[in-house]
Design a protein around this ligand. Structure first.
Ligand code: 1CP
Length: 397
């Protein structure tokens, strides 16, 4: 059987491209009408709308699902022509800071791909600007801070705003729009970096030096480091709580630099703050996802960090991760992102393997092992999403 003649099983379960109430044209032009946006249906904070496709949230909680839900890290990204069209008219930071644009970029991949969750379009680096960090963005080299943290005195100057809306109100405004527009479609994932990951950017300024200054700082300046982590963690807690209040249905902590230290240092230099944040977020009631890129040796500790879902990167076997994590958490992941450049038939074969590897987990949210590569063919990305839906539903019936 070829890909094209595979029956589209269970299509009715998948909310695909229907009800795309938020059109990009008005949002990137001048004529965006508040009335049009207010025509949405959701109550902000109504996290479990029964008309919505809640498969993603069910899998996060380990509840029974009809098929395996799928979304992709960096699904709102350059591989989409619709995304590039918006970023031709607006620079990256302006897009992040303009609620209507951020909302439109968040919803684009839901329309195009038919994924089961939307990840909020923003960046991990914008969050710490109200703390006093000066952020610039280059299309070539990505985000960079102009006033990096190099001493305890620099750390002491950092502010922790009382009010999470101070300097970040555009995030919650955008999320309220997303929650309204996605009300009868799919859940919205809010996010922030874990303190270790954003602190590495704050100390080095950018990723250009492979975070070598940060790696020295954590050992040379233990008091400065602890204060930095405490301040960032407090700010992150307020930021993520405000996202849940604005309409985020799940929250993800991206710890993309977690692999910079091995297990013994992960335990003392990173884990305590991850646990603190997750514990503080529990009262929101929304599922929490933790993604520690490259931290395979620390999985035995990560298992008990308090997250509902542990996201696994492409660097280890998913069935091995499931065996280590045990029955109390769901998993997310972990197909090799560059499989997206293979044929739809090969993509389908690899999807089947990943579904098989995740089947023993309490719950499985299908995802890539890291972000969608920049030049991925959109039809292949879509083929991956369709394969996950079709193959997983066939397995469950
Ligand atoms: O679909 C989505 O995931 C959109 C939302 C999103 C998220 C969750 C973006 C938009 N960025 C992030 C998180 C993020 N940003 C992480 C953690 C996840 C990961 O490991 O990828 C990191 C490390 C960043 C930092 C960042 N932002 C970089 C990396 C640069 C480096 O230091 O190596 C870059 C290039 C960005 C820009 C960025 N952020 C988001 C997008 C779509 C882009 C690319 C913009 C463009 O193509 O012009």
């Amino acid at each position: 059987m070829t890909d094209s003649d595979t029956p589209a099983v269970g299509r009715r379960h998948f909310v695909q491209g229907v009800g795309a109430v938020l059109s990009l044209a008005p949002l990137i032009g001048r004529s965006n009408s508040a009335a049009g946006l207010q025509a949405g249906i959701v109550n902000v904070g109504a996290h479990e709308n029964s008309k919505r496709n809640n498969t993603f949230l069910q899998a996060c909680r380990g509840e029974k699902v009809d098929y395996t839900p799928v979304w992709m890290m960096r699904q709102a990204g350059r591989y989409l022509p619709e995304f590039r069209a918006v970023l031709e008219k607006s620079d990256f930071l302006t897009a992040c800071r303009t609620p209507e644009i951020a909302a439109a970029l968040t919803i684009q991949p839901v329309d195009v791909l038919g994924v089961d969750a939307a990840i909020f379009f923003s960046d991990i680096t914008t969050t710490v600007v109200p703390m006093g960090m000066q952020l610039r963005y280059s299309d070539k080299t990505g985000p960079a801070f102009e006033n990096p943290i190099r001493s305890k005195a620099d750390v002491d100057r950092l502010i922790v705003p009382e009010d999470p809306a101070d300097g970040l109100g555009f995030v919650y405004e955008a999320q309220k729009i997303c929650a309204r527009e996605l009300a009868n479609r799919v859940p919205l994932i809010g996010f922030a970096a874990a303190p270790f990951t954003i602190s590495a950017y704050m100390v080095d300024g950018s990723s250009g030096g492979a975070f070598s200054l940060f790696r020295q700082f954590v050992f040379d300046e233990p008091a400065g480091y602890a204060t930095l982590m405490n301040k960032v963690a407090e700010h992150t807690i307020r930021y993520l709580k405000a996202q849940a209040a604005a309409g985020a249905d799940a929250l993800m902590l991206f710890d993309s630099n977690a692999g910079l230290v091995g297990p013994q240092d992960y335990e003392s230099l990173n884990l305590p703050w991850v646990k603190k944040i997750i514990a503080a977020l529990k009262p929101t009631g929304v599922p929490i996802i933790y993604f520690g890129l490259g931290a395979h040796g620390s999985l035995g500790m990560i298992k008990d960090c308090g997250a509902d879902v542990i996201s696994i990167d492409y660097g280890m076997r998913l069935d091995n991760a499931v065996a280590q994590l045990g029955p109390n958490v769901s998993v997310q992941g972990n197909i090799e992102p560059y499989v997206l450049f293979q044929s739809p038939k090969e993509i389908r074969r690899r999807v089947a393997e990943t579904l098989e590897a995740g089947k023993a987990a309490r719950g499985h949210v299908f995802n890539l092992g890291h972000g969608v590569p920049r030049n991925s063919p959109v039809d292949h990305v879509k083929a991956m999403v369709d394969s996950v839906h079709e193959l997983s539903q066939a397995r469950m019936t």
